[in-house]
Ligand binder design. Structure first.
Ligand SMILES: Cc1cc2nc3c(=O)[nH]c(=O)nc-3n(C[C@H](O)[C@H](O)[C@H](O)COP(=O)(O)OP(=O)(O)OC[C@H]3O[C@@H](n4cnc5c(N)ncnc54)[C@H](O)[C@@H]3O)c2cc1C
Length: 337
């Protein structure tokens, strides 16, 4: 890392949103630092080797895509620091932002901050889950991976809106059969979605099993593929073996925003509140981008787009640091801030 003087912008999180923000900011010649808590920047997309919905790239692995993003951002002068977890954020009276890392090991000063710490998919925590995620047979995102299960049988796990909605999506667009299980006797999802699910089950091969939980996700003999899933009827206690080609787990997300409590406004679910057009947060000088923000679309392309929008907001903030609350008609990306 270069000298410790004031950064124009410190970006917290080295995933797709943070790296896209770094590219835009550094290309605008702002002194840019990306802080990444892991040893290897890249975020969630590093967990997959097949991305097919990033515009302009037919197919790419997450790792390769991130390598290109890093190369592009650093070629314009952005600095990326790994093993640097931001642990707190505060604003001084003079408007400078203090970004503390690793519990006080160091504090960076910045004129602006872009928050991009992402969200993690909640895991079931059952045996075989991680192993089969690596083998790309366990997924947490129907939009990302549904197309890989054309004419296949998949198991969906969960009872909320996403679980019900994405079961319908998978069954009506791609899969030969979808089994959905939920640990309670009733879904948590909105009634209208549940009605839609049962209507779809009349027209497509959807098997609804309640109340069931996953006991284990079992690999084949050489551990390269999924063999079957063991599911348990919670009331009867009986375990069944289900032969499926893939497992979709929809049990929620955890935004990585705990370190920001008390600094910026965070909603009850843990997402960072922001103006959805400018991506400004409640703290002057602090923008947000990607999966950690309210109303995020939770996709690679939208995370990158957020990074660009947040970085484009820097210019008007530097021009008028006192005007954080103002949203003039000219303050829109289409009009080139
Ligand atoms: C297995 C898998 C496959 C996917 N496939 C697709 C796909 O095919 N297409 C698609 O559009 N989307 C896909 N997604 C979703 C996509 O990866 C996310 O929408 C995207 O990565 C969000 O980017 P982000 O930068 O907002 O957050 P993240 O990718 O989560 O990155 C956040 C980064 O911030 C770091 N961080 C967190 N807290 C701190 C802190 N306190 N200090 C410093 N750093 C911190 C994290 O370590 C992480 O590197 C997939 C996700 C997964 C898990």
């Amino acid at each position: 890392m270069s000298d410790d003087s004031l950064w124009d912008v410190v970006i917290i999180g080295g995933g797709p949103a943070g790296l896209a923000a770094a590219l835009s900011a550094a290309r605008d010649r702002y002194r840019t630092l990306v802080l990444e808590k892991n040893g290897l920047p890249g975020g969630q997309i590093m967990l997959t080797d097949r991305v097919e919905n990033y515009p302009g790239i037919v197919k790419i692995g997450g790792f390769e895509l991130i390598e290109e993003q890093k190369k592009q951002a650093t070629s314009f002068g952005a600095e990326i620091a790994a093993n640097q977890a931001c642990t707190s954020l505060a604003r001084r009276d003079d408007g400078i932002l203090d970004v503390e890392v690793n519990g006080g090991e160091k504090t960076h000063q910045a004129r602006a901050v872009i928050l991009a710490p992402g969200s993690d998919y909640r895991r079931l925590g059952v045996a075989g889950e991680d192993e089969m995620r690596q083998a790309t047979r366990v997924s947490y995102c129907a939009t990302c991976d549904g197309a890989f299960y054309r004419d296949k049988h998949v198991l969906c796990v969960g009872g909320g809106n996403t679980a019900v909605e994405d079961t319908i999506y998978l069954a009506t667009r791609f899969c030969k059969k979808v089994t959905i299980i939920h640990r309670r006797k009733e879904f948590r999802a909105q009634e209208v979605l549940v009605e839609e699910l049962y209507k779809a089950a009349g027209e497509h091969d959807i098997d609804v099993k309640l109340p069931y939980v996953v006991e284990e996700i079992v690999a084949n003999a050489d551990k390269t593929d999924l063999d079957h899933v063991l599911i348990k009827n919670v009331e009867a206690g009986q375990v069944e073996q289900l032969k499926v080609d893939g497992v979709f787990i929809f049990v929620g997300m955890n935004p990585n925003t705990g370190f920001l409590k008390g600094a910026v406004t965070i909603d009850d679910a843990g997402y960072i509140a922001c103006d959805p057009v400018t991506l400004k947060t409640s703290m002057p000088g602090v923008f947000v981008a990607g999966d950690c923000r309210q109303l995020a679309a939770m996709q690679l392309a939208t995370a990158c787009a957020d990074g660009v929008v947040a970085a484009m907001g820097l210019k008007s903030h530097y021009r008028d640091p006192a005007g954080w609350e103002k949203k003039a008609p000219g303050d829109s990306p289409a009009q080139g801030w």
